[in-house]
Design a protein around this ligand. Structure first.
Ligand SMILES: [Zn+2]
Length: 86
């Protein structure tokens, strides 16, 4: 049996007021993981597409719940830097 490694991807965007410069900001981010034998859960089982998908959704939701910063503003104020570190 031939195994092909497929990629699971979620594209997301968010918009709001940047807390640093108080101007409108819009950010896009792609969350992705590959289905492969090395991508395992804490018990060592290979993650299925479904598991990866739900993990990406959690990551995506966490990202969306954080303030929308411009890429340039992120580097200005270090106290916000952790926010986009995912
Ligand atoms: Zn800004």
């Amino acid at each position: 049996m031939r195994t092909t490694f497929s990629k699971v991807e979620i594209c997301s965007s968010k918009s709001g007021i940047c807390p640093i410069c108080k101007k409108r900001a819009e950010r896009r981010k792609t969350f992705c993981q590959t289905v492969n034998p090395w991508n395992t859960d804490s018990e060592g089982n290979m993650k299925t597409r479904e598991i990866i998908n739900s993990e990406l959704r959690v990551e995506c939701r966490a990202w969306k719940s954080k303030p929308v910063l411009h890429a340039r503003c992120e580097t200005i104020d270090t106290k916000w830097r952790d926010y986009e570190a995912i």
